[in-house]
Design a protein around this ligand. Structure first.
Ligand SMILES: [Zn+2]
Length: 122
């Protein structure tokens, strides 16, 4: 099932990375975050749903206003969704999202950024 995804030229490298645990490494989290921002700037990925814009993540975490910062990012080519989450008192997470409907966006996210929410408004 995931075979075709690893060859996607946009998000293939991310898919490979999503299979490996971050092991609580915020250095890796940071690397992935920067990669996602780069891909977003290039128009390859889009922020599908998130607590804040990707580039605001550092500021939000530094301010410790929220315990978690979550982002769902979608590949514009193959439509694959990825979840990147940081938790002030816990380990960061990066994984693929098989079914966005099971993610409980409404309760997981405290913010309303991304194309998912833009589409809901007129
Ligand atoms: Zn892709």
């Amino acid at each position: 099932m995931e075979k075709e995804n690893t060859v996607c030229p946009f998000c293939g490298p991310l898919a490979a990375q999503a299979k490996e645990s971050l092991n609580g490494s915020y250095r890796q989290y940071d690397q992935i975050l920067r990669k996602l921002m780069e891909l977003e700037r290039q128009g390859r990925m889009e922020l599908f749903a998130g607590d804040c814009p990707l580039e605001d993540t550092d500021a939000v975490l530094d301010a410790e206003q929220h315990y978690t910062v979550c982002h769902y990012v979608r590949c514009r080519r193959c439509g694959a969704l990825y979840f990147l989450g940081a938790c002030i008192r816990g380990a960061p997470v990066f994984r693929r999202v098989p079914d966005i409907r099971k993610e409980n966006l409404g309760t997981r996210l405290w913010g309303r950024c991304g194309t998912c929410f833009l589409q809901g408004k007129s």
